[in-house]
Design a protein around this ligand. Sequence first.
Ligand code: NAP
Length: 282
Amino acid sequence: MDIKLKEGRVGTDITGPVTERFDLRGRVAMVTGGSRGIGRAMARGLAEAGADVVILSRSTKDEGEAVAEELRALGATGSFAMLADVTKRADLDTAVNETVSRLGKLDIMVANAGIGIDVNAEDMSEDQWDRLMDVNLKGVFFAAQAAAKHMIPRKTGNIVVTSSLSAFVANGNPQACYNTSKAGVNMLVRCLAYEWARHNIRVNAIAPGFIMTDILGPFLKEFPDEAYSYMIRPAAMNRIGTPDELAGAAVFLASDASSYMTGQCIVVDGGYSLTPLENRLT
Ligand code: NAP
């Protein structure tokens, strides 16, 4: 329809078949917490869709290097790994600068790194509260900010954040601080999306339900009955998810396939949040 608007516009320059809109060839991505678990699976998904991926992790470079090598073998030949603690703004600025100097640009930032601390609210120390908030909330802000400083002058960019189902429900764990950090992440996503839309930067989140990674492993092993009653039974699909089941959502949000979407959070939880509350109470 050829309608001349007084102000604003309709659509974008992005055209072509939908499968091409998922194509990330020629794009450069960075994944915080990309050495393990969900970050690693998202990094692999982005690489399978064609992006070169920079893997950031905090403690051991070997794990990140192994992931980068796996991605190069898939054809994402520019992929490499770096150490960066997301609680340190300078580490993220250095990582973005190094990426731009080696690969020319940064198109996609996946702010995924996060930690969990299970402790009853009345017993949580100030140090535990600060440590968790520093990684899960401030770390996401620093990652997004470091990326945006590079993306704003280029007038293009895409930021994807790992939130959690626990941003929406008190999940049965003693995790007041963790859940609050993720609820904060969702609001941060909305605010950044609003501020940066004028720079053509989109910001969205993925909220996973219970996913089989190192965060869950020890608990499942030690308390199998409890794990069943609050992680598996309440999910309509009656199972825990795997990290690779989040890769599709990550590619969707990081790609032009989601070009009209910003400030939103996709829940990928096996139907956990559909379940009547009494199924979550033991
Ligand atoms: P994971 O297997 O424990 O991996 C955590 C990753 O984050 C690791 O790569 C770790 O690097 C990195 N990391 C931790 N602290 C960091 C810091 N200060 N700076 C940089 N990197 C840091 O955890 P996951 O289960 O994949 O969780 C990934 C994200 O998904 C988190 O945000 C988590 O809250 C969220 N999530 C997980 C689940 C679940 O069921 N697993 C559900 C919902 C949401 P190092 O190895 O170097 O420490």
